[in-house]
Structures are given as structure tokens and as C-alpha cells.
Design a binder for this molecule. Structure first.
Ligand code: IPE
Ligand code: IPE
Ligand code: MG
Length: 240
């Protein structure tokens, strides 16, 4: 038993097989409920965890990170909860200038921005422009993101360019993730075993990892466990 604990604490080594790690940050509401608090209480806790996990993944040398923060389907939630999430998003953006500078991160916001107020548009553009010169971990934040909407958006861009026929590469190049390799692994916290409209195209050959840990409780050790599992998998991409 003691040996297992020791080996669990060895630092994980990242190599070129793991370039891009994506997270479906699920379980904030249940985390709050478990403490007898309203659901909204879980989101600031989740935002803190996001900051911790992002920094950690940056320090161990993962080049690309993608976080699912708010889906195109999450508008079905009560207005009070949506408002609370949008306030957190604004705060995240305002803090992101410093956070990106200190941690050498490049920030991308992915998703349909048209629904956001113009003040948020400016903040998103400014954060991206301000961090674009950094050369550390690329952090993609999926906000009002849905994979189906993303694919439709990509195809519409291609139509607008006058394309009559398109290739897989055309679609890939017009997704919000055009600047990234596909995710090597998608981690979902919070018990559910589904993708909920996340990276359906990009995740065609991603390893999937599901954990019962609720997102606000996610620790470095939990990330390490997911990474160890990744390295134990044999990826075949249809070959042998
Ligand atoms: C994930 O946590 C955050 C968002 C989807 C915005 P949830 O809010 O879905 O938490 P649960 O799944 O209801 O516990
Ligand atoms: C997925 O979680 C979306 C995010 C984590 C942002 P949901 O809580 O919305 O997913 P479902 O509704 O359980 O599939
Ligand atoms: Mg959920």
C-alpha cells in the first residue's frame, strides 16, 4: 500500500504524445448542493479550480489546454445561474491579462461570441491580443461553445469563400481550434459519461477519461492520474 502511495506521488513526465489535453469541467452544481448551498455557489469554486489546474498543466509542460466552460445548451438554465456564470466569465477575462503574463499563457476564447455584449467582445479581443505574444501553454476557453454549431459555422465560412467542394482539412482549418492539434485526451469530471456536444470533430481519436471527482474538487493528483492512464493506453488510429 505504502509503495502505491509513493509511486502515485512521482511527478508525471509529459512527452510529445500528449500535446493537447481537454477538460469538460462538470459537477459544480452538485458540488454546491452536496454542501447544502445553492448551485451558483459551485461556479466560483469551479473557476478557482480552473485557475489551479491551468497553472499546473502549464508547469508540467502541456502545450495546449481546452476547457469547456459554457455550452450552447447551457442557456436552458435559470437566468440567475446564467447571470452568475457570465459575471464570472467577465471577471476571468479581466484577471486573464495578469494571469497570462505571469504564466506565459496564450489565451483563446472559443465559441459563438455574437450573443455576448460588445463590452465583452472588446475584453475577449484584448485578452487574446495581449497574450498572443506569449510562448507558453495555449489555453482555450470554450464559452457559448457547441461542437455542432462550430461545424456549421465552419461550413458557412467555406461557403462564403465560394467553395463548391470541401475536404476534411478545410473543416479542421475553419474550426475554433484551427491553431491546435486535436485533443489527445478529453477528461470529464462529475460522473457523467458523455461528450455533451464538445469537440465532436476534433475528438474523433481522442482518448476519453471519466472521473467521478466533481470539478471544484479536481486536484493535481487527479490530473496526474488521468495522464498516467493516458500513457497506459494504446492508440491505434485505426491501424494495428
Ligand atoms: C459545469 O457544472 C459548469 C457548467 C456546465 C456551466 P454544472 O453546472 O453542470 O454542474 P452539475 O453537473 O449540475 O453538477
Ligand atoms: C457540459 O456539462 C458543459 C460544460 C461543462 C460547460 P453539462 O452539465 O451542460 O452537460 P449535461 O447537460 O449533463 O450533458
Ligand atoms: Mg453538469
Amino acid at each position: 500500500m505504502a509503495q502505491t502511495v509513493t509511486s502515485q506521488e512521482e511527478p508525471v513526465q509529459i512527452d510529445e504524445r500528449l500535446q493537447h489535453l481537454a477538460f469538460i469541467m462538470d459537477g459544480n452544481g452538485r458540488w454546491a448542493k452536496a454542501q447544502g448551498k445553492p448551485r451558483e455557489y459551485g461556479h466560483p469554486a469551479g473557476a478557482q479550480t480552473f485557475r489551479r489546474i491551468t497553472r499546473y498543466c502549464g508547469t508540467i509542460g502541456i502545450h495546449y489546454l481546452t476547457f469547456y466552460a459554457f455550452s450552447t445548451e447551457n442557456w436552458k438554465r435559470p437566468k440567475a445561474e446564467i447571470d452568475a456564470i457570465m459575471r464570472l466569465f467577465r471577471k476571468y477575462l479581466m484577471d486573464a491579462f495578469d494571469e497570462a503574463r505571469k504564466n506565459n499563457m496564450v489565451i483563446h476564447i472559443m465559441g459563438d461570441r455574437s450573443v455576448f455584449p460588445s463590452s465583452l467582445h472588446k475584453l475577449m479581443d484584448d485578452v487574446e491580443a495581449d497574450s498572443a505574444g506569449n510562448n507558453g501553454t495555449v489555453v482555450n476557453m470554450a464559452m457559448n461553445y457547441g461542437s455542432r454549431a462550430e461545424i456549421v459555422h465552419a461550413v458557412n465560412r467555406l461557403i462564403a469563400q465560394g467553395k463548391q467542394q470541401i475536404t476534411e482539412e478545410d473543416i479542421t482549418a475553419n474550426l475554433y481550434t484551427a491553431h491546435c492539434p486535436p485533443p489527445d485526451m478529453i477528461v470529464r469530471t462529475g460522473c457523467e459519461k458523455r461528450l455533451s456536444n464538445f469537440l465532436l470533430w476534433q475528438g474523433a481519436y481522442s482518448e476519453l477519461y471519466f472521473t467521478d471527482v466533481l470539478w471544484p474538487d479536481m486536484t493535481q493528483n487527479d490530473v496526474d492520474a488521468a495522464i498516467r492512464e493516458f500513457y497506459s493506453r494504446k492508440r491505434r488510429f485505426g491501424g494495428l
